[in-house]
Design a protein. Structure first.
Length: 287
């Protein structure tokens, strides 16, 4: 869509994303995203805008007034903000950015981890991996392609994980955090595999006992709980967004059998997969 904001060049574009409830309850997701060209004198001030913001300054310079501080973001800087708080940013000379507002259950935890390591404005020696992730997230919107929400969530997770990896922490702590994030990505990419704790520990180069302790400390869940919750999150989306049978969804989301899937699903949600699909379908508004 074309922006109608004052002092935004008409060639700028932005997009609004409204994820399914089953996605927003489980995964990271973008809420708004865009590529803006700012005219001199642009100013944005909000009391709150319920999301978090990651922005890359491609050209120009910006001033931020946020959390009682005045910060400056020049060309090739990244900006990270909690937009649930009052925030203001502006440019005297104009500029160009790509930006993504995002949210989701893991968003605040990941935001705070990145904030501790980088602050609200930072540069990276090699920004290309992050720019690549941002481009992947924006691509289906800018090219009017179907929005694959799980894939978009993965790219957003990749983006934030890259920021966690690029940290000034002491090497031992950095390795521990990076190992857990890499295992989380491995789980997401191999969700249909068996995913034994022993195999996940090998991915982290840790003993199973130590890996379980570290993983739970960093995520708040055991590896088993994380895998189960991720599989159930996928299953919920497939139940609501596709016509696949319960049996097919069982295997698509990585469960070993339909009985194991149905038992785990009912224990977590209180209803069977079929009842969940029927109830949510009846509740959906008629367009």
């Amino acid at each position: 869509m074309r922006s109608v904001e004052d002092k935004i060049d008409p060639k700028s574009e932005y997009y609004i994303n409204s994820p399914a409830a089953s996605v927003s309850e489980t995964f990271l997701y973008p809420t708004h995203l865009g590529h803006f060209f700012y005219c001199p004198g642009y100013r944005q001030h909000r009391l709150r805008f319920d999301s978090f913001l990651i922005m890359y300054v491609m050209d120009g310079a910006f001033t931020l007034e946020y959390n009682g501080k005045k910060l400056y973001a020049d060309k090739n800087s990244f900006v990270l903000m909690d937009c649930y708080q009052e925030h203001c940013y502006y440019t005297d000379a104009g500029g160009e950015t790509i930006w993504i507002h995002f949210d989701g259950p893991p968003a605040r935890t990941m935001y705070e981890m990145i904030l501790d390591r980088h602050g609200n404005v930072f540069t990276l020696e090699n920004p290309l991996p992050l720019i690549g992730c941002m481009a992947k997230i924006c691509h289906p919107y800018t090219h009017r392609e179907p929005i694959r929400e799980i894939l978009i969530s993965k790219y957003l997770n990749d983006l934030l994980t890259e920021l966690v990896i690029y940290t000034p922490l002491q090497a031992k702590t950095l390795q521990r955090v990076s190992a857990v994030e890499n295992v989380r990505l491995y789980i997401q990419e191999h969700i249909q595999d068996e995913l034994r704790v022993e195999d996940l520990a090998k991915q982290a180069l840790m003993s199973p006992y130590y890996f379980i302790r570290v993983f739970k400390k960093e995520t708040g869940m055991s590896p088993h709980e994380y895998v189960l919750n991720y599989r159930l999150g996928i299953a919920k989306i497939l139940l609501l967004e596709t016509n696949l049978s319960v049996n097919a969804i069982c295997f698509e989301s990585g469960f070993s059998s339909e009985s194991v899937f149905c038992s785990a699903f009912k224990k977590k949600t209180g209803v069977t997969p079929t009842a969940y699909r029927n109830e949510r379908t009846r509740q959906a508004p008629v367009s």
